[in-house]
Ligand binder design. Structure first.
Ligand code: SAH
Length: 229
């Protein structure tokens, strides 16, 4: 039997410690705030969030807050990831589009539930990090592509669900057309750079119905149909 290296033993010990923190995160931050969709809860329990954050903040991976992931971007607070995923109503047959891959964590949660996820990221370096994180978990149904997601990703349309994880003054105009009938879209929207409103759109009978779901705080969505800077 080959001897286990010290680094392997440390990894196993850390994985066990992170599993305890993850279970506590789900119970104390997510279930107590009213998230009850069992698919969402199972995905939040299964995906190791610490894999998606830089080493410098790894020990904070399961805390109740967003964390920096480099280039001025952030991984969202765990509760917000769970809330947006629940609002999307994703099922196992669904094809999902995410705008703003960031660390790849939200895409991984969606990939655990849905059949396929395309996640668009504007910054190539950030996209490469997301791909590495997803590959390290062996996730093959999540594709990270580089581009301006405010135009959506027409090549994969129509989608059952679209999630935007950066904030724009309004929902980018091309996106609703890329939703199939019965599809859902969840996004932070608002003119304010600090606080925005989380909105949920549903396409039914060719019409779009809109619901507001509270205040949130996201980094800007920058592109042709978002903020211009
Ligand atoms: N969902 C991510 C967090 C997103 S942070 C996670 O789970 O970690 C928002 C991301 O949106 C940033 O990485 C930013 O570069 C990206 N972004 C901003 N404008 C964009 C655009 N027009 N198209 C694609 N990505 C964009």
């Amino acid at each position: 039997m080959p001897q286990k290296k010290d680094s392997d033993i440390i990894k196993v010990m850390n994985d066990e410690r992170y599993a305890v923190l993850r279970e506590r995160m789900v119970r104390e931050q997510i279930e107590t705030r009213g998230i009850s969709d069992r698919r969402v809860l199972a995905a939040m329990r299964a995906i190791p969030r610490h894999v998606f954050v830089p080493e410098a903040v790894r020990d904070s991976a399961y805390e109740d807050r967003p964390l920096p992931i480099g280039e001025g971007q952030t991984i969202s607070q765990p509760y917000i990831v769970a809330l947006m995923t629940e609002l999307l109503d994703v099922g196992p047959e669904d094809r999902v589009l995410e705008i703003g891959a960031g660390s790849g964590y939200q895409a991984a949660i969606l990939g655990r539930i849905a059949s396929h996820v395309v996640s668009v990221e504007r910054l190539p370096g950030i996209a490469e990090g997301a791909r590495e994180h997803l590959a390290s978990l062996g996730m093959t149904n999540v594709e990270v592509v580089v581009g301006d997601g405010t135009a959506g990703w027409p090549a994969g349309a129509p989608y059952d669900a679209i999630i935007i994880t950066a904030a724009a003054p309004d929902i980018p105009r091309p996106l609703p057309d890329q939703l199939r009938e019965g599809g859902r879209l969840v996004a932070p929207v608002g003119e304010d750079r600090v606080i925005q409103t989380l909105v949920r759109l549903e396409k039914a009978g060719g019409e779009l119905s809109l619901r507001s779901c509270g205040g949130v705080c996201f980094v800007p969505l920058i592109g042709e149909y978002g903020w211009h800077d």
